[in-house]
Every structure is written in structure tokens, then in C-alpha cells.
Write a protein that binds this ligand. Structure first.
Ligand code: ADP
Ligand code: MG
Length: 248
């Protein structure tokens, strides 16, 4: 009986437990050259968490994001995201898996020749949403990100902060369970950086699990969220209500 209990606990831990939405077990990723970008990383994230990932340039943060998107496959170890085993997932299942992920980058990556509305609608068209759904969902998400009056603007007519809001709307319009953001405020001034982080916090409060890679020390220290710190491919600290760890 006692032995069964131990086994049961172990199994639960390996499979991530019920409310775990992201699990990395002993994950390493080596590129063709250089030291491994990730080296034996364990990370467990529960549904509904807000997590900052911080660390020096080159510490493996973007590699981790690419592994979570299944853009890369680990060299060793296991990754489970929303119940999908990302090492063994079939290629034909990857699009369905990705529908439940929103992704935002530092450089916005908008379609330059399309207006705000079309940039967001594009994500809905990819999943073959009906015109009726698009007409309902796009205005709704643009209102959420504070761009209700800007449907017809092209990206070049918008500030950096506004462009990032369009990118966030596009990432959210299909209602993903997880939003991944890789340095979303890297190209923004402090005021816009704060506004974008507050928007990400609001999105999290509405139930989306949010992972944010950032170098913004002041915001990380002020927001009092879980902070995972990486260094040379390893997680060196993981703190609830953490701060930015100063390098010597
Ligand atoms: P971060 O996002 O924390 O700056 P990255 O995950 O981009 O770090 O990079 C981690 C390490 O992996 C760095 O040493 C980087 O040079 C290396 N790296 C990243 N992408 C590649 C690649 N496509 N080929 C070879 N090395 C890479
Ligand atoms: Mg990076």
C-alpha cells in the first residue's frame, strides 16, 4: 500500500499533475555548435500562473520559448504542454496544438500592408473561423487591448506600443490557453512597457496562463510575480513574488 502511494506520487509528478499546464523534465537542447543552450531544465507551471523568465542574453530563454511552441525539439528530456507530449507529437497534430498558444515577439511581426483589423482577423482565418465569428471576435479583442478606434490604421501609422497591442490582440483572438511573450517590451519606452505589462497582467487575470521573457528589471521587481532566472542554460532560481537577481 505504502509502496503504491509512493509510485502514485511519482507518476503524478512525472506527468505533471492535474493543474499543470507546462512541464519540462530534465530538458536539454544543443544546437549544432557551441555549448548546450539548455542543460537539464526542470520547470512546472500551473494553469493560470503569470511567470517572468529573466536572465542574461544567451542564457537560453528564447530556446525555451521555441521548445514550448514545438518550433524546436529537445536533444533530451521531456516536454508536456497542455497535455501534448512535444517530443512524440505527430506532425499532423502540431497545428491543432498551436491553436491553443498565443505568441508575441519583441519586433511585433505584423503584416505591414494590412490594417489593424486585418492583422487580427488573419489569425482567425488561419483556423477557418466563420465570417460571423470574425466579426464578433476581432472588435471584441481590439477593445480589450485598447484599440477600438484604430481598425483601419496600417502598422506604420501606429506607435510601437500600439503595434504591440495589435500583436497581442492577434495572439489572443483565438482564445489560447497560454500566452508566450519573448521580450515584448524590448522595443518600447518605459511608459509603453508598463502599459503592455499591465495588459498582460489583465489577460492573466482573465484566466490565460502567461509567460513573459524580459530584461525589464524595474517592472519585474515592481510586479511581484513568479520569477524564473536562467543562466547559461540552467534555471538558477525560481521564486514566487520574486525580483530581478543582480549580477555581480
Ligand atoms: P536568450 O534568448 O536567453 O538570449 P537563446 O536561447 O537565444 O538565449 O540562446 C542560447 C544559446 O544558444 C546562445 O549561446 C546562442 O548563441 C545559442 N543559439 C541560439 N540559437 C542558435 C542556433 N540557431 N544555432 C546555434 N546556436 C544558437
Ligand atoms: Mg532571446
Amino acid at each position: 500500500m505504502a509502496r503504491n502511494e509512493v509510485r502514485g506520487r511519482k507518476r503524478r509528478r512525472q506527468s505533471g499533475g492535474n493543474d499543470e499546464i507546462i512541464t519540462l523534465n530534465n530538458v536539454s537542447k544543443a544546437y549544432a555548435t557551441g555549448a548546450p543552450a539548455l542543460n537539464g531544465v526542470d520547470l512546472h507551471i500551473r494553469k493560470g500562473e503569470f511567470v517572468f523568465i529573466v536572465g542574461d542574453s544567451g542564457s537560453g530563454k528564447s530556446t525555451m520559448i521555441k521548445l514550448l511552441l514545438r518550433e524546436l525539439v529537445p536533444t533530451s528530456g521531456n516536454i508536456n504542454v497542455m497535455g501534448y507530449d512535444l517530443v512524440h507529437i505527430r506532425h499532423r497534430k502540431i497545428p491543432k496544438f498551436r491553436r491553443n498558444l498565443g505568441i508575441v515577439f519583441q519586433d511585433f511581426r505584423l503584416l505591414k500592408d494590412r490594417n489593424v483589423y486585418e492583422n487580427v482577423a488573419f489569425a482567425q482565418r488561419i483556423i477557418q473561423a466563420s465570417n460571423k465569428e470574425i466579426k464578433r471576435n476581432v472588435p471584441s479583442i481590439l477593445a480589450t487591448v485598447g484599440l477600438a478606434g484604430k481598425y483601419k490604421a496600417k502598422p506604420r501609422q501606429l506607435s510601437g506600443g500600439e503595434q504591440q497591442r495589435v500583436a497581442i490582440a492577434r495572439a489572443l483572438v483565438n482564445r489560447p490557453s497560454i500566452l508566450l511573450a519573448d521580450e515584448p517590451t524590448g522595443n518600447l519606452d518605459p511608459k509603453n512597457s508598463w502599459e503592455i505589462m499591465k495588459l498582460l497582467e489583465q489577460i492573466n487575470e482573465n484566466g490565460t496562463t502567461v509567460l513573459v521573457v524580459t530584461h525589464n528589471r524595474e517592472i519585474v521587481n515592481a510586479m511581484q510575480k513568479r520569477v524564473v532566472t536562467m543562466k547559461k542554460g540552467v534555471i538558477v532560481s525560481d521564486e514566487e513574488k520574486g525580483g530581478y537577481i543582480d549580477e555581480d
